[in-house]
Design a binder for this molecule. Structure first.
Ligand code: FES
Ligand code: FES
Length: 157
């Protein structure tokens, strides 16, 4: 197998990285780009903690080959803040003590951001359904759902 150079946008910046055909996007983000906010959980698409946005869509980076993001726009949790301001979902997670141990938090927030982009005022059930692929192993979902609903309300007033 030979490496190849891919070019893509990562959190608004152009990147050029040499990757092997079987390199996973999650590993490139964490090990090559040193953006460790995106977490490795299960590695098999079942926990959601590795969620990033690719061209605005939430994707599990443990299931995405790095070569497939050639020419595309990737956003990780590190890219959500704008001009030094946290995303409203990040703020709401802090305000509602939804970070807990924090391991699932980046995936929850990236998935939550995708939900509010698509559905700015979800019901509690819709939040729970959208986040069903994101597993929190340490505490539970009550504060996370509360934070999501608060962020939705804040963004739409
Ligand atoms: S690490 Fe990707 S879904 Fe669990
Ligand atoms: S906050 Fe600990 S795994 Fe979810």
């Amino acid at each position: 197998m030979k490496p190849q150079v891919i070019r893509f946008t990562l959190n608004g910046e152009q990147r050029e990285v040499s990757v092997y055909p079987n390199d996973l996007l999650l590993n490139v983000i964490r090990d090559r780009e040193h953006l460790t906010g995106t977490k490795y959980g299960c590695g098999i698409g079942e926990c959601g903690t590795c969620t990033v946005h690719i061209d605005g869509q939430p994707m599990l980076s443990c299931l995405v080959l790095a070569v497939s993001v050639e020419g595309r726009e990737v956003v990780t949790i590190e890219g959500l803040a704008r001009n030094g301001e946290l995303d409203p979902i990040q703020e709401a997670f802090l305000d509602h003590s939804a970070v807990q141990c924090g391991y699932c938090t980046p995936g929850m927030i990236m998935m939550g951001r995708a939900l509010l982009n698509e559905n700015p005022r979800p019901t509690e059930l819709e939040v729970r359904e959208f986040l069903r692929g994101c597993l929190c192993r340490c505490t539970g979902y009550v504060s996370i759902v509360r934070a999501m609903l608060a962020a939705a309300e804040k963004e739409t007033v």
